[in-house]
Ligand binder design. Structure first.
Ligand SMILES: CCCCCCCCCCCC(=O)SCCNC(=O)CCNC(=O)[C@H](O)C(C)(C)COP(=O)(O)OP(=O)(O)OC[C@H]1O[C@@H](n2cnc3c(N)ncnc32)[C@H](O)[C@@H]1OP(=O)(O)O
Length: 194
């Protein structure tokens, strides 16, 4: 059973999302937005290494394989890990809007247990935008696009500027990122293009 809270229902003045003309083309693999990201980075040994692919419209698909390091109960994925996979996939949608945004609220339904070794196939879309607020939803299926739905989420992302990270992040990591041209290039995929 799912009961989305009122905070995740778009207001009456919300508008349909618009895919940015410079968004990654449908079918394009996004690659990690940050090497140290737990969700998508290659530099996190126990991270999800989730691979997101641009869809059409303002949609994204993604896959990640549940590893032994992702267990909660024996043999099964930890719920927080599954929520992370949903969060990461939903977050990747913002690159289609060329907008930097962070998760304000994430509501998750855990529908079926997800065994270690499963390839979780995720689909996400932005449903509405109201000012700085971006409303989105995602599902995760076991094995592939026709698999059983195991998890679902609705989310609210809030647009922020780069100062959100520079002002709040651990300065050592911020400096390392700013001094790495490759990391700066990846972050620019999210930047607003006037
Ligand atoms: C460089 C490239 C990197 C690219 C980076 C990509 C990262 C992807 C990673 C995956 C995504 C993540 O996990 S991101 C990490 C997890 N999230 C976070 O750390 C965020 C922590 N929270 C915050 O910093 C803050 O609460 C913010 C930024 C979300 C909001 O603060 P704010 O900027 O002061 O804005 P505020 O005025 O409070 O809110 C603006 C509007 O949103 C609504 N609002 C705000 N929060 C909520 C909420 N939880 N539930 C309902 N509604 C909310 C307010 O009511 C208001 O509505 P109205 O009055 O306008 O109607």
């Amino acid at each position: 059973m799912s009961a989305t809270s009122s905070a995740l229902r778009p207001p009456a003045d919300a508008v349909a999302p618009v895919r940015h003309p410079d968004a990654p083309a449908p079918g394009e693999l996004l690659g990690a937005h940050y090497d140290q990201c737990f969700g998508c980075g290659d530099g996190q040994p126990h991270g999800l290494r989730l691979a997101a692919r641009a869809g059409d419209g303002v949609r994204m698909t993604a896959e990640f394989t549940v590893q032994p390091a992702h267990q909660g109960a024996p043999g099964l994925a930890h719920g927080g890990v599954l929520a992370s996979a949903l969060d990461e996939t939903l977050g990747s949608l913002n690159s289609l809007l060329r907008t930097i945004a962070v998760t304000g609220r994430l509501e998750t339904d855990f529908v079926r247990p997800v065994p270690v070794g499963t390839v979780l196939y995720l689909e996400a879309e932005v449903t509405a935008v109201a000012g700085r607020k971006i409303y989105s939803s995602a599902t995760g299926r076991i094995g592939g696009p026709d698999g059983t739905v195991a998890v679902r989420a609705d989310a609210l992302f809030i647009k922020v500027g780069v100062d959100h990270f520079v002002g709040n992040g651990c300065q050592e990591e911020i400096r390392a990122t700013m001094n790495d041209p490759d990391q700066v290039r990846r972050a620019r995929a999210f930047e607003v293009n006037p």
